[in-house]
Design a protein around this ligand. Structure first.
Ligand code: SF4
Length: 363
């Protein structure tokens, strides 16, 4: 799969970065805009009926000014997994209809941070500030880890970096099957290549532009064959009537192709969203049935389904996964200790406990 980029916007202070030249060189047919041209293009983009859709073919090359590595913004009300984010850019060429990013950023184009020497410097500093702790780091929080990798070549550089680091792991999380560069690199260090997966019908209808579900699972199997640990994220689970059972088909396919010992973790999270997302999604795609389910305000202000329903869904998936992999390292994304106990039969009382449970998979 490849993603089409037809415009490149370059910030003035990003012009001299070597990665800017590399990316422009890989896009000979794209129109390149700089300085005032970018300001004007941005104004015109905002006047379009759906700037987000158009923005998925525009890459903005820019320098990131803040910290590159930081803790994932958890919520005190729920048990958080202690993941750290390596901020490589934001936005994504795929267009999942439920994508939470639609409500978070008012910049519709895909932003790539080209000051990667500073990124690695910031990462080194972050790790050295807490040398005795272990850090699970992921690049796929505000973007897809691999979607723009053919342009940036970042995944190979990350693997080189993490091969020499003792106290951290890197999770490369994707809805693509663009794993070739990773397969060409010998698996060293603590690396998890993880795939967001869903029920087949939901994947087909809602995950627009993503690799087909089977292609993702096959990519995971290939990565596993090359010695990588793999992970799966069932998130967001969308409990539409008649669709819940379909999650079992995805689980069967995963374990038909991948040995349970190669799976570092499997996360589950039922759809939850900030209220603005529903407005953005409705404006872009019309009313989507699953956004009009019986959502209630959660403790963190996000709309959530009632805990009893969430528990029922988690149990269904967990039972199916445990039939294939009794020792699977399952975890829930942003749920309370009581939901953990009822859904998975596991005590999970604190962020530290969950962090340690997941660290074990990669340490
Ligand atoms: S792949 Fe992830 S970041 Fe990209 S549109 Fe889908 S949900 Fe959003």
């Amino acid at each position: 799969m490849t993603f089409k980029v037809d415009h490149v916007w370059i910030d003035d202070d990003a012009l001299a970065e070597p990665l800017t030249g590399e990316i422009v060189g890989k896009l000979p047919h794209a129109r390149v805009l700089v300085g005032k041209e970018v300001v004007e293009a941005r104004r015109s983009l905002d006047l379009l009926p759906d700037p987000q859709a158009r923005g998925k073919r525009i890459v903005r090359l820019m320098k990131h000014k803040g910290a590159f590595a930081k803790p994932c913004p958890g919520t005190p009300e729920y048990v958080c997994c202690g993941l750290k984010i390596l901020h490589i850019g934001q936005g994504c060429p795929m267009d999942c209809r439920y994508c939470a990013l639609q409500a978070y950023f008012n910049r519709p184009v895909m932003e790539v941070f080209v000051n990667i020497d500073e990124m690695f410097h910031s990462l080194r500093r972050f790790l050295s500030l807490n040398p005795s702790g272990f850090h699970r780091i992921c690049t796929g929080e505000f973007t897809d880890s691999l979607a723009l990798d053919p342009l940036t070549g970042l995944s190979g550089r990350l693997l080189d970096f993490f091969a020499a680091v003792e106290n951290a792991s890197i999770e490369i999380k994707t809805k693509t099957d663009l794993i070739e560069p990773l397969l060409r690199t010998e698996c060293r260090g603590r690396v998890v290549i993880s795939f967001s997966v869903n029920a087949p019908t939901i994947s087909r209808t809602e995950e627009r532009g993503a690799a087909p579900l089977l292609a993702r699972i096959r990519a995971a199997a290939r990565a596993r064959k090359m010695g990588y640990l793999v992970g799966f994220h069932f998130d967001p689970i969308i409990p539409l009537p008649g669709r819940q059972e379909e999650y079992g088909e995805t689980i069967d396919e995963i374990f038909r192709l991948i040995d349970p010992a190669g799976v570092a973790w499997i996360s589950m999270g039922v759809l939850r969203f900030v209220p603005q997302l529903k407005e953005v999604v409705t404006a872009r795609f019309g009313p989507l049935r699953y956004f009009h389910d019986a959502f209630l305000p959660g403790l963190d202000g996000k709309s959530r389904l009632d805990a009893t329903r969430r528990i029922g869904v988690y149990r269904l998936l967990a039972e199916k996964i445990r039939r294939h992999a009794p020792d699977a390292r399952l975890y829930l994304c942003m749920e309370s200790p009581s939901v953990w106990a009822a859904a998975l039969g596991m005590p999970m009382r604190s962020d530290e406990e969950l962090s340690a449970y997941l660290d074990e998979a990669v340490q």
